[in-house]
Design a protein around this ligand. Sequence first.
Ligand SMILES: [Zn+2]
Ligand SMILES: [Zn+2]
Length: 461
Amino acid sequence: MNIKTYVPTILESWTLNKSSIPLRSQLYQLEPIGIGTPFTESLTSLISRLAMAHCLPPGVLMTRLMNPLINKAYGGANLHNIYSFTDALNGTGEMAKNLVEALQALTLHDNLCLLTMLPWSKLLPHRHLLHNDRTWCSACYQDWFCKRQTIYEPLLWSLEVIQVCPLHRQELLQQCPHCHKKNYPLAWHSRPGFCSKCHEWLGASPEVKSSNQKERSKEELAFEIWAATTVGGFIASTSNSAFDLTKDRIAKAFCLYVNHLAKGNIAEFARQLKVPRNTLWLWCQGNNRPTFTKLVEICFCLGVSLSDFLTADTSLKCHQKVQLLPTKHQPTSRADAKPLDLQSIELYLKEILESDKQPYPSLEQVARTLGRDRRTIAKHLPELCRAIATRYLDQKQAIKLEAIAQCCQEVRQAILELHEKGVYPSEGRIAELLTRPGFLRYKEARKALYAAKQELGLEPE
Ligand SMILES: [Zn+2]
Ligand SMILES: [Zn+2]
């Protein structure tokens, strides 16, 4: 080729500018559960799940990653410093706000305030808003486990006004049935569904009633379920627009109802609601606000849902007359009200210990038979009480081991049955055939499952 006649071809041109890469989040953008439903997940629950997803205890996540972003005088997100205030993490105050901001920065979510009561911060006083201790429904945990759904903790459970699960109509629990301890709403080793102190599973079928359940009349239970339903509806309706509600919203609603039901007479309306006249007057003036629990009780008396009360307009949908709250159930005899007869109590405890009758009673049951508080008896007769408690726990452990052994047999049986029918023995299908599907979590059951599958050539050697 003659170099003088060569004409170079023009190739396509390349842009050498850097293309924009979307922002990456430091932590997984784990999707919160149930936003827009009554069972919206709580912030503390999301933190626990997020920590699990990163194979970290929530304590490490809080202290190492969140704390540097907060670093406030009250201890920021250093769990060791804020253990006793962790109930505030789902609330309406600064702690919740700081935590939401830090977690949003780490996950690039932008709606995490919906997992707290922050949207209602202008409306609700923080006093008595949240349970001080972690609160849960054991039947919900069990249900989700059996259906292979994600185990989490709804915001609803953390509110002090909620005492009963609206789905299972049973009391929410605060004491672990295994170690009898309470949990912080967020602890170093928090994990939805498990005790943060002894790490045992907290789920149980609805038939298993806790011995600590309060006695409730039918009317009381109906009120508790109504409260949970209306507060659930309120949570479901939470959106960023809730922030626009002004502080005088509650005062306006009270004034409307005073006019509607008591012709503007505050004293008369206070008498109907059974609240002090001055208190109601302060509420109507907007100088004071009722606690969330009181507000829910008043809505019940008026026959309106919480959302309707707060958006009250002139077309009021409510009872024509204020209805009364069900009276609280009073226990018939107060334990420890009568004088202590230590001698006969000692004799009774010895008798219990000598008897071989099974199942052995727990110390709690023995104390209840005596009409006494367990702690009072244990203070006076520590050794006998310890012996009764130890015997009960040993027996409980033996029963558990037996049940696990039975579960292992059932697992094997289920796998063989399914395989014979030509159906793959998935964990879901196996669980359906077990008396206690929750036991599949024990390592013994897992071993049995693996061994039976291996035997059928479904698992590599
Ligand atoms: Zn439940
Ligand atoms: Zn425990």
